[in-house]
Design a protein around this ligand. Structure first.
Ligand code: MF3
Ligand code: CO
Ligand code: CO
Length: 252
């Protein structure tokens, strides 16, 4: 669970490369493009430009290189022929492997001008991620992270998805511990320098309940309300945290 100096160096490189994919794809997220096209652009960039492996491809049978989750889709949407249209919101989730180590990050994109509600949900979810990240320091607990995220989301009348969570990350895509986005202050594992994990809250505009589609991957809200997610890979440092997947201009 604790990474040594050499491993941390590799995690920093993998995290930075994952962040570059989200920067690259931004200009392509426009009305008229299909999620398959977004997948192919990311796949080629990851493989040919970054010389990385796209971790989702064939992971437990996942058929594509990225996840694309639109509107009421919560996570793990599979790229297909669907064409993006104005007012859609989409999460693009990127995980790359470089030199054996994983970097995992996702962000929301607006297709055209968003509705007021969509913008509000997306902003609240990003704020919730930042609140979770700012909780990270040696001695804080996993419950502190979850509680801070949950309290903020619920204060804003949104709900936290329970079935999916953040995760330790390193040589494996999903390692111990699980990082819940809800919980009680002071409970759970104490953070230690050298731990690397993701925080990736999924927040619904309506009720928290979700269901799995028959494709066995795509998770959607039961009430069909909009859902948003943002994700970063975090390192616990001696005095706080470092965001390994931070993009230029992000203030975290
Ligand atoms: N990137 C997702 C996460 O944040 C996991 C996707 S698994 C896949 O943990 F198989 F759907 F790609
Ligand atoms: Co993740
Ligand atoms: Co991810």
């Amino acid at each position: 669970m604790i990474k040594n100096k050499a491993e941390i160096e590799k995690m920093k490189i993998a995290g930075n490369l994952a962040s570059k994919v989200l920067l690259m794809i931004e200009d392509h997220v426009k009305p008229g493009i299909s999620t398959n096209e977004l997948n192919d652009i990311c796949h080629n960039y990851i493989v040919n430009e970054l010389e990385c492996i796209p971790a989702p491809l064939n992971y437990r049978g996942f058929p594509k290189s990225i996840c694309t989750s639109i509107n009421h889709q919560v996570c793990h949407g599979i790229p297909d022929e669907r064409i993006l249209k104005k007012k859609d919101i989409i999460n693009i989730d990127i995980t790359v492997i470089k030199d054996g180590y994983h970097g995992d990050t996702s962000k929301m994109f607006f297709v055209g001008k968003p509705s007021i509600q969509a913008k509000r949900l997306v902003d609240i979810t990003y704020e919730a991620l930042k609140i979770g990240i700012k909780t990270v320091k040696p001695g804080a607990t996993l419950g502190d992270i979850g509680n801070n995220i949950q309290t903020f989301a619920e204060k804003n009348h949104c709900s936290i998805v329970r079935e999916y969570c953040g995760h330790g990350i390193g040589k494996d895509f999903h390692e111990e511990p699980q990082i819940l986005h809800y919980g009680e202050k002071g409970e759970g594992l104490k953070l230690k320098p050298g731990m690397t994990f993701t925080i990736e809250p999924m927040i619904n505009f309506g009720k928290k309940d979700v269901k799995l589609l028959p494709d066995n991957w795509t998770v959607v809200t039961k009430d069909h309300s909009l859902s948003a997610q943002w994700e970063h890979t975090i390192l616990v440092t001696n005095d706080g945290y470092e965001v390994l997947t931070k993009r230029p201009g992000e203030e975290i």
